[in-house]
Design a protein around this ligand. Structure first.
Ligand SMILES: NC(=O)c1ccc[n+]([C@@H]2O[C@H](COP(=O)([O-])OP(=O)(O)OC[C@H]3O[C@@H](n4cnc5c(N)ncnc54)[C@H](OP(=O)(O)O)[C@@H]3O)[C@@H](O)[C@H]2O)c1
Length: 293
C-alpha cells in the first residue's frame, strides 16, 4: 500500500493491519506510527519506485499479493514543482510513479487479487469546473510554455488531471489481459471531499481557511469523515465490498458508497490507450538510463 501514513490511508492501513490473517506492507517516506512493516518509497523518484518494488518482491518470497492499494497523493498550489526525473510533481506522484509500481508488481499479484487506486471526483467536469475536458499526458508531465495560469488554479487543474489519469489507469488495468487471466478486481475509489487530512498542507493560508470553513459545515453537507473515507478504502481493499458487475468507479457520496459512471473523458478508450502508451514511453525512457529496475 502507498499513502498509508496519513489521512484516510492511515485509517485504512490500520484497519487492514488489524484484520486477522492479513499482513500489510507500506511504501512510505517515513516509518508508520503503528506497528507495520514499512519499506522506503518516495514517489517523486522513479528509482525509489524500482527499489521499493524490488524490496516488496524480496519480502514476499514465494507469497503473492492479495491486495494492492495505490492511495498516496499530493496537491500543490501551482505547477512549479519537478521530480528528480524532471516530471511535474503532481502528475508524477499521483499517477506516473504508481503506473510504474503497478507494472513492476503486476506479476506478483495473486489470482483474484484486488487493486484499489484512489482517484477523486475532481476529475469530473460535472463536479468540478476545473476538471480536464481533454487529456494531453505530455503536457501534464512537462507543463512548460502552455500559457495561462501557473498559480493556484493551475495546481488544482493538475491535481484533477492526475486523478483522471488514476481513473484511466484503473480502467486500463481492468481491461488488460493480465487482469482477465488473474481475475483481478479493480476499483478506482473516490473518497469525496474529506476535510482533516494533510492533502491541503501546501495550500496558501486563504485556501486552507476556506477548507476549514467547509469542515465546519461537514455534518450538514454529510461529507464523510476521515475515518469513514478510510474505512471504505479498507473495505474495498479487503474485498468486504465488491463492485457490482461491470462497475469500477466507487464514489463516496454523502457517506454512502455509490458506483456511478466516471466523467465522459474517463470513459473514452482513446484517452485511456493514449495515456497508457505515453506512460509506457515516459517510463521506458527513464528505465533505459536506470542501472537496475
Ligand atoms: N482529502 C480529500 O478531500 C480527498 C478527496 C478525493 C481524493 N483524495 C485522495 O485520497 C488520497 C489520500 O489523500 P489524503 O486526503 O488522505 O491526504 P494525506 O493525508 O496528505 O495523505 C497522503 C498520503 O500520500 C503520501 N505521499 C504523498 N507524497 C508522497 C511521496 N512523494 N512519496 C510517498 N508517499 C507520498 C503521504 O505520505 P507522507 O505521510 O510522507 O506525507 C500520505 O501517506 C490521495 O490520493 C488523494 O488524492 C483525497
Amino acid at each position: 500500500m502507498t499513502g498509508g501514513t496519513s489521512g484516510l490511508g492511515k485509517v485504512a492501513a490500520q484497519q487492514i493491519a488489524e484484520t486477522p490473517g492479513m499482513r500489510i506492507l507500506l511504501g512510505a517516506r517515513s516509518a508508520s506510527q503503528f506497528a507495520v512493516k514499512t519499506l522506503p518509497l518516495d514517489l517523486t523518484s522513479l528509482a525509489s519506485v524500482c527499489v521499493f518494488a524490488q524490496g516488496v518482491i524480496q519480502e514476499l518470497g514465494d507469497e503473492l499479493i492479495a491486495g494492492l492499494v495505490l492511495n498516496a497523493g499530493t496537491q500543490f498550489p501551482n505547477i512549479n514543482q519537478r521530480t528528480e526525473d524532471g516530471f511535474e510533481t503532481t502528475f508524477a506522484v499521483n499517477y506516473l510513479a504508481h503506473y510504474l509500481l503497478l507494472q513492476l508488481l503486476l506479476p506478483k499479484l495473486a489470482q483474484g487479487a484486488t487493486v484499489v487506486i484512489t482517484t477523486s471526483d475532481t476529475h469530473d467536469p460535472d463536479k468540478n469546473p476545473m476538471a480536464p475536458k481533454k487529456l494531453d499526458p505530455e503536457l501534464l508531465a512537462y507543463p512548460q510554455g502552455q500559457g495561462g495560469s501557473t498559480g493556484f488554479s493551475a495546481g488544482f487543474r493538475a491535481y484533477a488531471a492526475s486523478k483522471l489519469c488514476d481513473l484511466l489507469m484503473a480502467r486500463g488495468l481492468a481491461g488488460s489481459n493480465e487482469a482477465k487471466e488473474k481475475g483481478l478486481t479493480v476499483v478506482a475509489y473516490n473518497p469525496g471531499l474529506t476535510v482533516g487530512t494533510s492533502l491541503f498542507r501546501a495550500w496558501p493560508l486563504w485556501a486552507r481557511l476556506a477548507m476549514g470553513t467547509v469542515g465546519l459545515i461537514r455534518p450538514m453537507a454529510r461529507l464523510a469523515t476521515v475515518e469513514q473515507a478510510g474505512q471504505n478504502l479498507a473495505d474495498l481493499a479487503l474485498g468486504r465490498i465488491t463492485p457490482p458487475t461491470g462497475r469500477l468507479y466507487a464514489s463516496l457520496v454523502k457517506r454512502q458508497l455509490t458506483w456511478p459512471d466516471p466523467s465522459e473523458l474517463a470513459r473514452q478508450d482513446v484517452a485511456m490507450n493514449g495515456l497508457w502508451s505515453d506512460s509506457a514511453r515516459m517510463v521506458r525512457s527513464f528505465l533505459s538510463g536506470a542501472s537496475s529496475c
